[in-house]
Design a binder for this molecule. Sequence first.
Ligand code: ATP
Length: 200
Amino acid sequence: MLVIGLTGGIGSGKTSAANIFSVLGAGVIDTDEIAHELTQPGGESIFAIQQVFGEKYITAEGALNRKEMRDLVFDDTDARRKLEAILHPLIRNEVSRRVELAQAPYLIVVVPLLLETGHYRGIVQRVLVVDCSEGVQISRATARSGLDEQAVRAIMAAQVSRDERLGQADDVIVNDADLSNLERQVQALHKKYMMLAQGS
Ligand code: ATP
């Protein structure tokens, strides 16, 4: 199975690109979506989060208390590492499970921190980077998430630099223009991946 790791900075357009791949027939595995499922009531991470962080971080319904946890990990690196130590292995296992079960011609695995963690080296065969200028990134991320510019910049600072990301890319989508431009680039890559998948 051909597995492409799709990554990019905050607000670069990863989800938008992945949605277009999905419409074209690629299988899409989204690690943010998996993280969300793992932290729902009864999710696989809840017991460990409760043990490590305490009741305060679990809602009455038994889900992760996202607001409390966001506030904690925002400026506490140690807490963020502990949370990641719980979530990342569970996410990775679920990705592997879904890759095994997949029926699509090829797979796109969306991993925001693909290059930061290195956890997916054994799973993905190619790296696809969605790139756009920092200005565009900030305006899209602030418009969408309600985070202010400073918060978006702080997240960007914790991610690998644009140059480093581009340096590790096998393929790049330049998402500085409108959505139809994005769609055209995804269509071209879809053709390429279909050919690669048939050859592999
Ligand atoms: P995050 O890292 O925050 O999860 P992301 O990389 O998945 O973000 P998207 O959610 O796809 O990025 O895009 C961020 C916002 O920008 C969304 O509101 C999306 O609709 C918009 N957007 C993405 N690409 C374009 C484009 N080419 N033209 C206009 N708007 C776009």
